[in-house]
Design a protein around this ligand. Structure first.
Ligand code: BES
Ligand code: MN
Ligand code: ZN
Length: 490
């Protein structure tokens, strides 16, 4: 059962719940209670923070300390969760992570009340729902605790609760798609799920199958997909933007349902992570559905290429030249640089609609992980829009950093036989080279951003904040923030 959220104006000390969550920050002489916990503190004669400190609390970020109340308040348990110091990072992200840590600690609990809503309802809602997220579709033994059943958040801002809930649900949709294994999520089944999600939200849906792709001349998607027994697809989802949309935004996301590398095959170690090579596509589908749910006044069209990159007797080869949608040619020097090939087709198709902005996202390069680590997406594109998107990524707690396109890189993709090669002859600046390749297919005057999410979209370490192992849903919150920003500022 998914976690239910609601707002409450009731006294946390008198609430008939299984646990009350209070928030702490570090102070000079031990942890200090954040606003919202006053009545609970009064029930402990003003000594709640000191008692939690005895149990080990310091107020540092994401720390969780449980304290039995022995009748001091109605609930039998107080859960103290750390926010970290006020000057140590973004306030909303502190609330999100604390709410996420609390939600994970509350797994197996029926009903809780959280005073984190008193700090920020939207952030508390997002953090709680994302922290409670669990992907259990493939567990046959019911192993693992149920997520917390219901959380009442202190507060009265219903609009913030609605937005936070809708955003968290979109993130969960993207996580579910990424977490679905590649034997069940392949181009045709992914396209079907995208269709169902889109139609349920009232979107216009178009799915091109392999015959339609051949008819249309989508040489990139077809080339990458030809080695698999599961044929590729191209999905288009459109939200009208309502009666008077402020702008038109094209979204494009890489949908490689599994990336073996193809004939330029990857090493076995870690190849299982390539189940997440459709995280960009998942985020773009989920965000377009979210735009419709929230009736954002921007017209959004998602163009989503889907293929499985396999080695086989029918696979494309190093040395092949592909004729992309729109007519340009690409020499394939490495079949593992497949994302940029399917994206080139999708970008050209998306640009035909003459959007005002193009945002494209992909698990594109291992070089992103080398350059920025596992949690910071690389943001490239046209200078001003790139910087705007990178700033929005940081503002929503999905870390992003702007990256350059040094002028000399384009020459390194010169091909002996075709208009461009898909890789250079070396590994330096691999994330940037992939972006430079994509730039060839973007009209010069179109503001565009390219988000390389190879690391941030899939978490392999232990849980932290509102992030568990597996699909993270990055960059759904960034894409949503970009749409909201464009709706407000053009
Ligand atoms: N899907 C991978 C990139 C990737 C790597 C995503 C690690 C997530 C984690 C992509 O298709 C790929 O294989 N890129 C190559 C490009 C190279 C051949 C130029 C890479 O990064 O090694
Ligand atoms: Mn690859
Ligand atoms: Zn890939």
């Amino acid at each position: 059962m998914p976690t239910v959220l609601q707002l409450t104006g009731g006294d946390p000390a008198a609430a008939s719940v299984d646990a009350v969550v209070v928030a702490l920050r570090p102070g000079e002489e031990g942890p200090v209670l954040a606003p919202g916990a006053e009545s609970v503190d009064a029930a402990f004669d003003g000594g709640l923070a000191a008692l939690l400190a005895v149990a080990g609390a310091t107020g540092k970020a994401e720390e969780v300390v449980k304290l039995p109340t022995r009748g001091a308040i109605t609930a039998p348990l107080v859960v103290g969760v750390g926010l970290g110091a006020e000057d140590d990072g973004d306030a909303a992200e502190q609330v999100r992570r604390a709410a996420g840590a609390a939600a994970r600690a509350l797994a197996g609990t029926g009903h809780a009340l959280s005073v984190l809503g008193a700090l920020d309802v939207r952030a508390a809602a997002e953090g709680t729902l994302l922290g409670a997220y669990a992907f259990t579709a493939y567990r046959s033994n019911g192993e693992g605790k149920e997520p917390v059943g219901q959380v009442d958040l202190t507060g009265d801002d219903e609009a913030a609760l609605r937005t936070g809930t809708a955003v968290a649900e979109a993130v969960a949709t993207a996580r579910d798609l990424v977490n679905t294994p590649p034997n069940d999520l392949y181009p045709a089944s992914f396209a079907e799920r995208a269709r169902e999600l889109g139609e349920a939200a009232g979107l216009t849906v178009e799915v091109l199958d392999d015959a339609a792709l051949a008819e249309g001349g989508f040489g990139g998607v077809l080339g990458v997909g030809q080695g698999s027994s599961r044929a590729p697809r191209l999905v288009r989802l459109s939200w009208s933007g309502g009666a008077s949309p402020r702008a038109r935004v094209a979204l494009v996301g890489k949908g490689i349902t599994f990336d073996t590398g193809g004939i330029s095959i990857k090493p076995a170690a870690g190849m299982d992570q390539m189940t997440s090579d459709m995280a960009g596509a998942a985020a773009v589908v989920a965000t377009t559905v979210l735009a419709a749910r929230l009736e954002l006044p921007v017209a959004v069209t998602a163009t989503v290429p889907m293929a499985e990159n396999m080695p086989s007797a029918t696979a494309y080869r190093p040395g092949d030249v592909l004729r992309m949608y729109g007519g340009r040619t690409v020499e394939v020097l490495n079949t593992d640089a497949e994302g940029r090939l399917i994206l080139a087709d999708a970008i050209v198709r998306a640009a035909e609609d003459e959007p005002d902005y193009l945002v494209e996202t992909a698990t594109l390069t291992g070089a992103q992980l080398v350059a920025l680590g596992t949690r910071t997406m690389g943001v490239m594109g046209s200078d001003a829009f790139r910087d705007r998107v990178a700033g929005l990524a940081r503002a929503v707690g999905e870390d992003g950093w702007a990256m350059p396109f040094p002028a000399h890189l384009r020459g390194e993709l010169d091909s002996r036989v075709a208009d461009i090669a898909n890789v250079a002859g070396h590994r330096y600046g691999g994330m940037l080279l992939a972006g430079v390749f994509l730039r060839e297919f973007v009209p010069d005057t179109l503001p565009w951003a390219h988000l390389d999410i190879a690391g941030p979209s899939f978490h392999t370490g232990g849980p932290y904040g509102y992030t568990a192992k597996g699909g993270t849903g990055v960059p759904v919150r960034t894409l949503h923030a970009v749409l909201v920003d464009i709706a407000e500022n053009g």
